[in-house]
Design a binder for this molecule. Structure first.
Ligand SMILES: Nc1ncnc2c1ncn2[C@@H]1O[C@H](COP(=O)(O)OP(=O)(O)OP(=O)(O)O)[C@@H](O)[C@H]1O
Ligand SMILES: [Mg+2]
Length: 465
């Protein structure tokens, strides 16, 4: 594996001192001793539930050639190959800043209440068709995820894509200043994490922090299909960025003629010098918007529009975010829509809209889990889904969780096939109910663990290509 950093570069960037390190370079960086690649640097981060310092010797056994550790823990780790810093997380920030300063890559940062990962993955695919691309994995978007992803960026990267998230005001500013993107994107503003914010406008302001790290001549790309666009555009202009809005509403780049196709969806894209048809391999107006966002950001960093279009046309949904899976008999499969990763009122409505447009020979079945972190208005948000659920024309609805119970109460009795507090209590009933030809969508916050039921359904009925 190619070297990512020399040991002396790590020491200099993190303000640390190497002790008992035999290697000259590291080829990877990890904070998880279970996922160490041989030749890696292990960074001992202290989280809420664990402290990486307790796993340094495991990491070294697994092949780590050095561990970045905090000074107050170093004595207890004598004999192990260490780079000793004041604080390991600060050291990781230092390494990330060094990664950024040595890089010639064009960099994009993505935030928003929903759609960050979906858009980031679309961008990864579009940019990989254009050059050497490094993109954050999963939703590694917080105070350790962003520096870790940035520190992992190879020196010869041409395009970098970073997901930046937050659960409170003030969190994005330091991350944006670390990443220093050329292009900053806000996908949408929605009531997520409302527990920690007085209003949706306050959420918009927190998202707008992403503009703070963009240098002169930078660009803000802003989704237009929500209520806080002017606020975001104003913030971007105040940060002296050029702005480009996109969406189904009256945006700089407008999407029209959205239609679901056999293998995904298509739409027409018009504005800012573009007039083209975009096809994507997923369904949903929201996924089309994410595709357009990716196309615009890729173009803004020098990507070729035709190459990006071709790549997006064959890009499916990330796991748990609307992936459509055919199970069982080829002639009459069960269609499973896996939305188990995440849910809030915006993504729930988007998913129900997709489900509404699906045709199916069998029954239409929904398994809906709690949308978490909605604060005091949670009950209203859950019961308020009734119209969207009815519009999706389900034959059966299973509700899981204390909040979804409220939706169960306002839906007609005959429609609600099962109610439970936790997914384990309802899994058998769902498995028993499913039959060839049915379509089933599972959606809830990740913590509701509907993904475990998705796995059991896939297991039980067997996958078809
Ligand atoms: N633009 C969008 N508008 C509404 N819903 C969306 C949009 N993009 C994706 N979704 C849906 O929202 C859910 C979460 O998507 P995704 O994982 O991309 O969001 P995220 O912002 O990365 O979330 P997290 O904060 O958990 O990292 C999925 O169910 C997805 O289908
Ligand atoms: Mg994410």
């Amino acid at each position: 594996m190619a070297a990512l950093y020399r040991i002396d570069e790590i020491a200099a960037a993190s303000g640390g001192v190497a002790r008992d390190v035999a290697a000259d370079t590291v080829s990877a960086i990890s904070i998880d001793s279970r996922e160490i690649a041989p030749g890696a640097l292990f960074v001992a981060i202290k989280g809420e539930n664990f402290d990486g310092h307790d796993f340094v010797s495991k990491a070294v056994e697994a092949g780590a050639v050095a561990a970045l550790v905090s000074r107050d823990r170093a004595d207890a780790l004598s004999g192990l190959p260490l780079i000793i810093v004041e604080d390991a997380l600060d050291g990781l920030y230092g390494l990330a800043a060094f990664s950024r300063s040595r890089s010639k890559a064009r960099i994009i940062a993505v935030t928003g209440s929903v759609g960050k990962t979906s858009t980031k993955e679309a961008l990864r695919v579009a940019l990989e068709a254009n050059g050497r691309t490094h993109a954050s994995i999963k939703s590694f978007n917080n105070h350790w995820g962003v520096p870790l992803m940035l520190a992992r960026m190879p020196a010869d990267t041409e395009f970098g894509v970073f997901e930046i998230g937050m659960s409170a005001a003030g969190e994005i500013t330091p991350l944006s200043k670390l990443v220093r993107p050329h292009v900053a994107m806000v996908t949408t503003v929605a009531p997520a994490h409302l527990e920690f914010f007085p209003s949706e406008a306050a959420i918009a302001d927190a998202k707008a922090e992403i503009f703070s790290g963009v240098g002169p001549g930078g660009l803000a790309i802003i989704g237009r299909d929500h209520g806080h666009v002017e606020r975001l555009v104003g913030a971007a202009e105040a940060a002296r960025l050029a702005t480009l809005t996109y969406g189904f509403a009256d945006a700089d780049v407008r999407i029209s003629d959205y239609r679901a196709t056999r293998s995904g969806a298509e739409g027409h894209v018009e504005g800012d010098g573009l007039s083209l048809d975009l096809s994507i391999a997923t369904v949903g107006r929201h996924m089309m918007a994410n595709g357009v966002a990716a196309l615009l950001a890729a173009r803004a960093v020098g990507g070729d529009v035709q190459k990006s279009l071709a790549a997006l046309a064959s890009h499916g949904a990330p796991e748990g975010r609307g992936a459509a899976i055919l199970l069982g008999e080829r002639s009459n499969p069960i269609r499973l829509i896996d939305e188990s990763y995440n849910a809030n009122p915006t993504s729930m409505r988007a998913a129900l809209e997709v489900f509404a447009q699906m045709t199916t020979p069998g029954r239409r079945i929904l398994v809906l889990g709690d949308m978490r972190e909605l604060g005091t208005a949670s009950a209203d948000y859950h019961a308020g889904l009734a119209d969207a659920v009815r519009a999706a024309k389900p034959d059966l609805v299973f509700v899981v969780g204390e909040h979804m119970a409220g939706l169960g109460e306002v839906l007609p009795d005959g429609l609600v096939a099962g109610r439970a507090q936790a997914v384990d209590e309802i899994a058998e009933a769902v498995l028993e109910t499913l039959a060839p030809g049915d379509s089933v969508m599972l959606k809830g916050s990740n913590g509701m663990r509907l993904g475990a039921l998705v796995a059991r359904i896939r297991d039980r009925f067997g996958e078809k290509e």
